[in-house]
Write a protein that binds this ligand. Structure first.
Ligand SMILES: [Zn+2]
Ligand SMILES: [Zn+2]
Length: 342
């Protein structure tokens, strides 16, 4: 089968590798679509992936073969596959902190979504594979995983009906956070970004206000919309310390700031925070990373019901053979979500 193999920074190659063999409780899935996520690109850029490995984790496809003991699925089923399954029984799982679970961090599909076939291990078959309805396209189903990460962030951030939410960073995950916040009851959702394309797409999916921060003073705009108070919740959907500082300026007393952008490889991601902001102004700073099976199901339902629109976020599609062209589009920033159709 064909797969995109990662070797080094900027060195991805299309190669032929064997189709994985499956065992009891496992499934072979013919991948139909896989989103290219910034997490995959970070891993490649900062050499966190092993040379010779296959990346890609936002996966949908068709069940090609089921191993003995698989009851819930049969060949031909259309499915979305989440790549991490928590054990459900460890200390962290018992505290609903599944992304800290050892099994969660260990589980993955084999070899990865940028390939024609994947072996889905039994833990995932049991907990995180979802049958998708005919009316949901494969490319829409690739957005369930990122939406689930937004569901988790917004759930952790405790939205109250009528809240004003500012999302700094209008990439796919920023706009998903904005839409999920609205579905959770926020009445004013604002997205700020530096790219007109992203501002336009944010407006298209029904965000209340989308600003290009190069042209609009976002802090002033949020104050105007909140009787001077500031936002109830700010989600930082970009890995930038200055965006967090901006969020801390725009948050109201007693509000929440959720760090969502992936800071793992940002050089010196230090924050200057006045403890009085947390103590006297009662601002809560939290973060959200990953998602659990219940977030995945919530995301699936939000997309299926049309409460979260994902089709508008997919701006480019490429076959596996043109993976390097897809990377060029992503680095140009003139895109939103880029999906491989396999
Ligand atoms: Zn992702
Ligand atoms: Zn666990």
């Amino acid at each position: 089968m064909k797969a995109i193999i990662y070797y080094d920074v900027g060195d991805f190659r299309l190669e032929d590798i064997p189709v994985p063999k499956i065992g009891p409780g496992e499934m072979l899935v013919r991948v139909r679509a896989c989103g290219i996520c910034s997490t995959d690109l970070y891993r490649a850029e900062y050499r966190r992936a092993k040379p010779g490995s296959v990346l890609g984790h936002e996966i949908s496809g068709e069940v090609a073969e089921v191993g003995p003991e698989v009851k819930r699925f049969s060949p031909g089923d259309r499915v979305a596959v989440l790549h991490h399954a928590p054990c459900g029984a460890c200390y962290y799982c018992m505290h609903a902190q599944e992304p800290l679970c050892d099994q969660y961090r260990r589980t993955n599909v084999d070899p990865g979504g940028f390939a024609e076939y994947i072996r889905v291990p039994s833990e995932l078959v049991e907990k995180t594979v979802i049958k998708i309805p005919d009316k949901m396209s494969f490319e829409e189903a690739t957005m369930i995983e990122p939406t689930a990460c937004a569901v988790r962030a917004i759930s952790k951030s405790r939205i109250f009906p009528g809240d004003t939410v500012l999302v700094i960073g209008g990439g796919p995950l920023g706009i998903l956070n904005a839409q999920v916040a609205k579905a959770y009851g926020a009445t004013q959702v604002i997205v700020s970004d530096h790219h007109d394309l992203r501002v336009k797409i944010a407006e298209e999916v029904g965000v209340d206000y989308a600003f290009n921060a190069r042209k609009v003073n976002v802090e002033e705009a949020v104050r105007r919309l909140t009787e001077g108070r500031g936002a109830d919740l700010v989600v930082i959907a970009v890995a930038s310390s200055s965006a967090v500082q901006e969020g801390l300026r725009i948050i109201r007393w007693g509000g929440r700031v959720c760090i969502f952008g992936d800071f793992r490889d940002v050089p010196q991601p230090n924050l200057d925070v006045d403890p009085k902001l947390i103590l006297r102004d009662d601002v809560t700073i939290l973060g959200s990373w990953g998602c659990a099976p219940y977030d995945y199901y919530a995301a699936f339902n939000l997309i299926k019901s049309g409460r979260v629109k994902v089709r508008e976020l997919i701006t480019h599609r490429f076959p596996l053979e043109q993976f390097n062209d897809a990377l060029k589009v992503i680095s140009s920033k003139e895109c939103m979500r880029v999906v491989l159709e396999i």
